[in-house]
Design a protein around this ligand. Structure first.
Ligand code: ZN
Length: 440
């Protein structure tokens, strides 16, 4: 579909743009609203006004003063999508394992790949990324974020974690076999121990440019003792990496500094500890547990179940895999039914950037209503990034919020496949995708 743009060359250059819509998703009420027009400041990238048009009144572009009008009627409009768990420096594990990416790919290669990744994501309608760890590139995500913010490359608005915090020996490339020549594996976390040590680590991360702090509450760290496939039926177990006091201290330190904090946790025990510590978001947490859900509910934790990464890591279609997959989806649905707030984040990078909609599809497959999933992929994404601590509002289309707008042809509630085909993408009032047609 061609999107009509009415230009009036005689008018003085304008900072304001009006967008007419006929089906716009309200991510707070979870309803599609008709006949709304938005006015946008292209200077600030914010929405300055939203008003309802008379039902049958066609907008007269000559009367819409001043300047430029975009007619998005006939399309389904969503706030720009938010992927709440990404890794821009990773590409699909099906191409190269993360270990080999971290160890063998150069800084330059990984940055060039990331440049392609963020462009693909933006054109897929994802205007915000919460990027949770560089996986071996230290603080390069903060610098990368800044290149997007300075307009050097197109990409989503980024909130980054720099390195994740783990206890000593908790999250690192395994070194048991390191020879006398010394380690060649890159550092993949900022190690810290003890309540003072972990506070210092939070301060280091924020100083390095982190918008959000991330720590590993647990990890399957005994990879060499339990090699995958080595001992059939024996799994590399999750090991708790911090004490309750250490987790409490990290959360306190992040919050004192006005930063949100996220925890990687897989075992129910780690989920409970991280939730009780007061983390803003809980990543993964896939093992079915009523106690884990209770803790998240009680503490108002946002749950980011990262269904996509589990989906790509469950190989084959055998009975065991099917059962594991069903259990993960069922646990996510149980969290939703309990009233736990869910944000959509795929652990994107483990699979291709640009395929971010996969997480939305899996949340719907889990049995969560489409409208709630769209809220998880927009407004709840903003909350996962820190809400008002972000310094910008996005994920909802109203006055004072960012003009992040994505448009689709078709009805998302009937055909979710539509989500894979955005025809228009705007971030901060700037159009990145759209077959715009000039007319007088
Ligand atoms: Zn991740």
């Amino acid at each position: 579909m061609r999107i009509r743009r009415a230009m009036e060359p005689a008018q003085p250059p304008s900072d304001s743009l009006t967008i007419h819509t006929s089906t716009l998703f309200d991510s707070k009420s979870k309803r599609f609203l008709p006949n709304l027009s938005l006015t946008i400041s292209t200077k600030t990238g914010l929405i300055t006004k939203v008003h309802t048009r008379e039902e049958h009144a066609l907008p007269n572009h000559n009367l819409t003063s001043p300047g430029t009008v975009l007619d998005l009627r006939g399309l389904t409009i969503l706030p720009g999508l938010v992927d709440a768990h990404t890794h821009i420096f990773l590409h699909p594990y099906s191409e190269t394992s993360s270990l080999h990416q971290m160890r063998d790919e150069s800084l330059v290669e990984r940055v060039v790949r990331a440049t392609n990744h963020v462009k693909a994501a933006l054109l897929a309608g994802y205007t915000t990324y919460r990027d949770l760890g560089t996986e071996g590139l230290r603080d390069a995500d903060a610098n990368f974020r800044d290149t997007i913010n300075r307009g050097l490359i197109p990409g989503p608005r980024m909130f980054v974690a720099t390195e994740c915090i783990a206890s000593s020996g908790g999250y690192e490339t395994r070194l048991e076999n390191t020879g006398p020549g010394g380690a060649t594996a890159p550092r993949i976390s900022d190690p810290a121990d003890g309540v003072y040590g972990v506070r210092a680590a939070v301060r280091r991360r924020l100083c390095a440019g982190a918008d959000v702090v991330k720590f590993y509450a647990d990890y399957r760290k005994r990879a060499l003792r339990f090699p995958s496939g080595g001992w059939p039926g024996v799994r590399n177990p999750n090991v708790l990496l911090f004490t309750q006091e250490e987790m409490d201290a990290m959360v306190d330190e992040a919050h004192r500094s006005g930063a949100p904090i996220a925890a990687h946790a897989q075992s129910p025990e780690a989920v409970v500890m991280a939730a009780n510590a007061g983390v803003d978001t809980l990543e993964h947490g896939h093992l079915p547990s009523e106690e884990a859900l209770e803790a998240m509910k009680k503490n108002g934790t946002i749950f980011v179940p990262t269904l996509s990464v589990f989906d790509v890591s469950l190989p084959g279609g055998d009975e065991g895999t099917r059962r594991a997959r069903k259990a993960i989806l069922g646990h996510t649905k149980a969290a939703f039914d309990k009233g736990i707030k869910i944000a959509a984040g795929g652990d994107t990078g483990a699979f291709a950037h640009g395929d971010n909609a996969k997480e939305v599809e899996l949340l719907v497959e889990a049995g969560i209503p489409v409208e709630d999933v769209l809220q998880a992929a927009t407004l709840h994404g903003w909350e996962a990034c820190g809400g008002d601590r972000c310094g910008r509002r996005f994920g909802y289309l109203a006055e004072g919020w960012a003009a992040d707008i994505v448009a689709f042809e078709g009805d998302l509630t009937r055909d979710l496949g539509v989500l894979r085909r955005p025809v228009f993408v705007m971030k901060d009032g700037k159009v990145y995708k759209g077959d715009l047609e000039d007319s007088a």
